[in-house]
Design a protein around this ligand. Structure first.
Ligand SMILES: Cc1cc2nc3c(=O)[nH]c(=O)nc-3n(C[C@H](O)[C@H](O)[C@H](O)COP(=O)(O)OP(=O)(O)OC[C@H]3O[C@@H](n4cnc5c(N)ncnc54)[C@H](O)[C@@H]3O)c2cc1C
Ligand SMILES: Cc1cc2nc3c(=O)[nH]c(=O)nc-3n(C[C@H](O)[C@H](O)[C@H](O)COP(=O)(O)O)c2cc1C
Length: 586
């Protein structure tokens, strides 16, 4: 298919249409002739504006290192690379998992974009790099100019902790700071873009990339970002999601279950979304209109329909951070509140402390943008075609005497029904994939909704006829009410697609049984599978389950490998580096 000018090309709309009509019927030879002819014509006219560039004389190297879990830092690193290329740098974007500390210390110009996870932890793939940087024997960074962009969420106690620690450590090791670190909350888009631009300008002024085409006043190149139609630029994104119809929504939890988990199928027909097992779907949710009304009432702003629409569609009206409490108190002159007052509370509680104190504009400024939520895709396209299946647990809890509900999980499972549309986009997860050699065994630990990606894995392995053995460890509360996908899993056990299925139902016996207990009970088989080259996957709860499973894996490696704690840690690290210990936890 011939190239088509994007609608961002510097022509009037009708000219773009006219040019596209002509280009669409040209041959490759005609297009090559035309570009050469126009370039030559321009050169002969002596104008610099659109003459093809001579290659830049020398481009200053720039390494953009990112540490990410859900892709935000990676996307910003890519954005920084584009901006740096335009300025005439020679940038490289590298994942922390692919970079050693020695390589970092030998880098002249280093931008780091790092997110914080867990409770102030580095993203999993960044652990080795981070630990090496913090270790006593870390190399000096005296040759390195650096700047750090930290990503985080103010709702967490350890806000942007990892970026902050990396920044401090690089300075302590002699690194030369280009600009101050920026700590970015969930609405990082604008501040991050501003920081990238100003940091690169500063660096440019210091290292003088001025002899390159792009930054030279006599320069002649026009940088065009070639985004093919149907390519990445057109793919549904957080800003431009795809409206996916819900084709099926079934509550899987039994009627007497204490949880409320739904199987939700959406149609991706026409979206261009081509996911792989292991990927997640981003959902752009709406808030509960009843909660928006409660917020309006508490603010004394009921009747403002424009604000109401913004509260439902665009603004985060559930999370409350310490900074918002401080801003509110400062703005309204309301009495100060204790430092931890925000914990377990929401915006509505804050507004009720000083009703009617804010204008609509002040309230809008106080609120953060409504962030998307992610759900592991529980299907394989080879099995379900142009659909994606999700497994969504509706979140309900009570805090400070008020009943609360999860924004997205209830939006998907309660406020939307079959036939309605959800706003979706793809979040690829290239680091949570089935082994490329499908004869390799896999062990999947997925309690609760953590089983979702493993249903996708199993569908995929069945569809391609993979020879590798499959072992699933599932857990939940009650066998009778919470055995998600029970029939499918039991069918797969019967058909031998599942070599082994272990279950841990915590509330079925007086003593609680969790997946980590099951793993311990199965330790000699688990060790044998690992020795046979099995990849071990963990998905689900990050706070308790993933930590407990990690701890039991260390115990198993120590016990079965007859080695001490350090030996077990080294072995698990080696398995992880080998790409055989993979986690997608949240
Ligand atoms: C990569 C990834 C994959 C995921 N896959 C899945 C999946 O397959 N299925 C799934 O169901 N979820 C999945 N999640 C989680 C999902 O994205 C949402 O976080 C989850 O559904 C809750 O979102 P929500 O909007 O309903 O709740 P929110 O409105 O975001 O509310 C959650 C917040 O409520 C508060 N809270 C929760 N419980 C309590 C309590 N008891 N007391 C006080 N405060 C509390 C906490 O502050 C918590 O952060 C995944 C997350 C990630 C990052
Ligand atoms: C389970 C979980 C734990 C998180 N823990 C923290 C934290 O301790 N501190 C923080 O500042 N942000 C925390 N965040 C927010 C992330 O850092 C933030 O979403 C960031 O934009 C993610 O960037 P990434 O996609 O590059 O990983 C957490 C997010 C999740 C989902």
């Amino acid at each position: 298919m011939p190239p088509i000018l994007p609608n961002t090309a510097p022509f009037a709309e009708e000219h773009i249409a006219a040019l596209n009509r002509v280009i669409s019927v040209t041959t490759p030879e005609q297009r090559a002739w035309l570009s050469g002819y126009l370039a030559g014509l321009q050169a002969a006219s002596g104008s610099h504006a659109a003459v093809p560039a001579a290659p830049p004389a020398k481009r200053a190297p720039l390494t953009i290192l990112f540490g990410t879990e859900s892709g935000n830092a990676e996307a910003l690193a890519a954005q920084a690379r584009k901006a740096a290329t335009k300025l005439g740098f020679a940038p490289k974007v590298i994942d922390m998992s692919d970079f050693t500390l020695a390589q970092a210390a030998a880098t002249e110009n280093l931008l780091i974009v790092a997110s914080t996870w867990g409770e102030g932890d580095p993203p999993q793939r960044a652990v080795d790099f981070y630990e090496a940087l913090m270790a006593g024997d870390a190399p000096r960074f005296e040759k390195t100019r650096f700047a750090v962009l930290a990503l985080g969420d103010r709702a967490y106690a350890q806000y942007c902790e990892i970026g902050r620690k990396i920044d401090e450590r690089l300075a302590a090791l002699g690194g030369i700071r280009i600009t101050d670190r920026i700590d970015c909350d969930l609405d990082y888009g604008t501040p991050a873009s501003g920081w990238i631009a100003s940091t690169l300008e500063r660096l440019n002024a210091e290292v003088g990339v001025t002899d390159t085409a792009a930054s030279d006043g006599n320069a002649s190149v026009i940088h065009v970002d070639f985004a093919r139609p149907g390519g990445e630029a057109d793919a549904p994104s957080r800003a431009h999601p795809f409206a996916a119809e819900i084709t099926e929504s079934i509550r899987l939890s039994g009627s007497r279950s204490t949880s409320d988990t739904h199987h939700v199928a959406v149609s991706l027909e026409g979206s261009g979304i081509a996911y792989e097992p292991g990927d997640s779907l981003g959902i752009v949710p709406s808030n509960d209109p009843a909660l928006a009304d409660a917020v309006l009432k508490a603010a004394g702003l009921s009747g403002d329909d424009t604000l109401r629409a913004a509260l439902i569609e665009r603004l985060d009206i559930t999370t409350l951070t310490g900074k918002q409490v401080e801003d509110f108190v400062r703005e309204t002159g309301a009495p100060a509140l204790p430092a931890d007052w925000a914990t377990g509370r929401q915006i509505v509680d804050l507004l009720e402390t000083a009703p009617g104190a804010l204008t609509a504009a002040q309230l809008t400024t106080l609120l953060r943008p409504l962030p998307p939520r992610y759900y592991s895709i529980a299907s394989s396209r080879k099995a379900v075609g142009e659909e994606a299946h999700l497994l969504v647990a509706g979140l309900r809890y009570t805090s400070h005497g008020r009943e609360r509900a999860g924004v997205a999980s209830l939006d998907i499972t309660a406020r939307h029904r079959e036939g309605d549309k959800l706003k979706v986009f793809l979040r690829t997860n290239p680091h949570f994939r089935l082994p490329s050699d499908d004869s390799k065994p896999i062990i999947m630990v997925g309690p609760g909704t953590g089983v979702a990606p493993f249903r996708g894995f199993l569908q995929e392995r069945e569809a391609v006829g993979a020879a590798g053995r499959n072992w699933l460890v599932f857990g939940h509360r009650n066998y009778t009410h919470d055995f998600l996908y029970q029939l499918e899993l039991q069918d797969w056990l019967q058909s031998k697609l599942l070599t082994r299925l272990d279950v841990a139902f915590s509330r079925d016996q007086p003593e609680k049984q969790y997946v980590q207990n099951t793993l311990w009970d199965a330790r000699s088989d688990l060790y044998a599978w690992l020795k046979d080259g099995a990849a071990l996957y963990v998905c689900g709860d990050a706070n308790a389950m993933a930590k407990d499973v990690h701890a039991v894996l260390l115990r198993i490696l120590a016990d079965q490998g007859k080695q001490n704690e350090a030996g077990a840690k080294a072995e698990l690290d080696a398995i992880r580096r080998d790409g055989r210990y993979l986690r997608d936890v949240y």
